[in-house]
Design a protein. Structure first.
Length: 198
């Protein structure tokens, strides 16, 4: 695939991401408008933890399937996820605690079918799909996270009484970190979407 074809591919991918933007989902619209019940927020915090906890595992699987610059890119992302000063699953548990979710609610509550599907889909993408497809999927996912995180922080402060740094840290980290991830995934796709440098 030449540069021009890659540019067209990225345009199509960006259009698809914009069309299916998570910020258009009713849950996120309700979050921004302060319409979520405390119970809905707590259920979300308990369930989404499964994805946050599994995400580094998915990246490790993808690291094992790659080499060269792409492997380095994924390792950097993984290092941020597992940062000893603030591993992302711990930051998420801090958010969950800030909205009234206990450790037992996170670890003992069964995953709902939709939660299981998200974790399974990421496992499949990172473990079984062609590497180019995995990178495109990670780009589609992480390209939306900074704006979603900003929206969540604003909503948590304004409507849901979460103002302590610990309760906001997960989202504040992602406001910045995923801008870099978005740019890195996009750059790789622009240069290597033909699969020659995995």
């Amino acid at each position: 695939m030449d540069k021009m074809a890659n540019t067209e591919l990225l345009k199509k991918l960006d259009a698809a991401i914009a069309e299916k933007s998570l910020l258009k989902h009713p849950f996120y619209q309700d979050w921004r408008a302060g319409k979520l019940s405390r119970e809905s927020l707590q259920l979300y915090a308990a369930q989404y933890y499964r994805h946050v906890e599994a995400f580094p595992k998915h990246l490790r699987v993808l690291v094992a399937r790659t080499n060269g610059p792409l492997q380095g890119l994924i390792r950097e992302n993984l290092a941020e996820e597992e940062n000893p000063a603030g591993p992302h699953p711990k930051l998420w548990r801090d958010f969950a605690a800030a909205v009234g979710v206990g450790e037992d609610d996170i670890t003992c509550r069964p995953a709902l079918p939709g939660t299981q599907a998200v974790v399974q889909k990421f496992r499949e993408i990172c473990g079984d799909r062609p590497v180019e497809e995995a990178v495109a999927a990670l780009y589609a996912y992480e390209s939306q996270v900074p704006e979603i995180a900003t929206t969540k922080v604003a909503g948590l402060k304004k409507f849901y009484g979460v103002t302590e740094p610990e309760g906001l840290a997960y989202f504040e980290v992602h406001e910045d970190a995923d801008k870099a991830h978005r740019a890195a995934w996009r750059e790789w796709l622009g240069e290597h979407a033909d699969g020659n440098e995995m």
